[in-house]
Design a protein around this ligand. Structure first.
Ligand SMILES: O=P(O)(O)OP(=O)(O)OP(=O)(O)OC[C@H]1O[C@@H](n2cnc3c(O)ncnc32)[C@H](O)[C@@H]1O
Ligand SMILES: [Mg+2]
Length: 199
């Protein structure tokens, strides 16, 4: 196995246009990075997510942003529902449409499930750290749970109000953000990435 490359700069570009994610990433990496900036702040375009996996899309977004000259971190994530053959999966953002209507996207998941007894689901988060020379370090995290209906809570973002992590009685939408950070797919991925590149 090759030695992982470590992050040694002070500024990290968060290659995401999703404010909910940018906030969570800055929370999770706060102790290791002096300054954050985001792809949105730098006016970088949103690349087309043409990959067929979370990892491929995370790498493509991180490399696109690193092309501007700074180390960049991208997150590609989504909700995988086995009873829906893995949907919405890598299409999780696209299910909400251009107006990012997650009430509608959650309803679509619920309608797809119908009377299906299998309401299990998991979130996936692929994180890719890319350098301007094209080097990438990528990890993937998961968080398992159950889908509830109707959605509950105003915290978090995206599909959080309908996702109840295993072992807990409340949804991510109802959970304090600090608590979500202890158990989420993003937290799982960050534990691996910090170990690899930020320690
Ligand atoms: O690509 P960027 O610019 O980072 O922003 P995006 O919102 O398009 O992000 P993705 O392509 O990775 O799509 C992931 C979608 O999956 C959902 N998702 C990811 N992590 C989530 C979380 O922690 N809680 C709820 N929903 C989540 C959310 O709806 C995201 O829009
Ligand atoms: Mg996206």
């Amino acid at each position: 196995m090759t030695t992982p490359r470590r992050f040694t700069g002070d500024t990290l570009v968060i290659a995401s246009h999703n404010k909910g994610k940018v906030r969570e990433i800055a929370d999770l990496l706060g102790p290791y990075v002096a300054t954050f900036t985001s792809a949105g702040d730098l006016g970088l375009p949103e690349p087309e997510e043409t990959g067929t996996s979370f990892v491929a899309n995370a790498e493509l977004k991180a490399l696109a942003a690193a092309g501007a000259g700074h180390v960049a971190l991208a997150d590609d994530s989504g909700l995988v529902v086995p009873a829906l053959n893995g949907d919405p999966g890598i299409y999780s953002a696209r299910w909400a449409g251009p107006s990012k209507d997650f009430a509608m996207a959650m309803r679509k998941v619920e309608d797809g499930l119908g009377a299906n007894a299998d309401r299990s689901a998991y979130f996936v988060c692929a994180l890719s750290l890319a350098w301007p020379d094209g080097h990438v370090e990528t990890v993937e995290g998961r968080c398992y749970g159950t889908l509830v209906w109707p959605p509950r809570g105003e915290q978090g973002f995206g599909y959080d109000p309908m996702f109840k992590p295993d072992g807990h009685g409340i949804t991510f939408g109802e959970m304090d953000p600090a608590k979500k950070h202890e158990m989420s797919h993003r937290a799982d991925a960050f534990r691996q990435l910090v170990e690899r590149c930020f320690k």
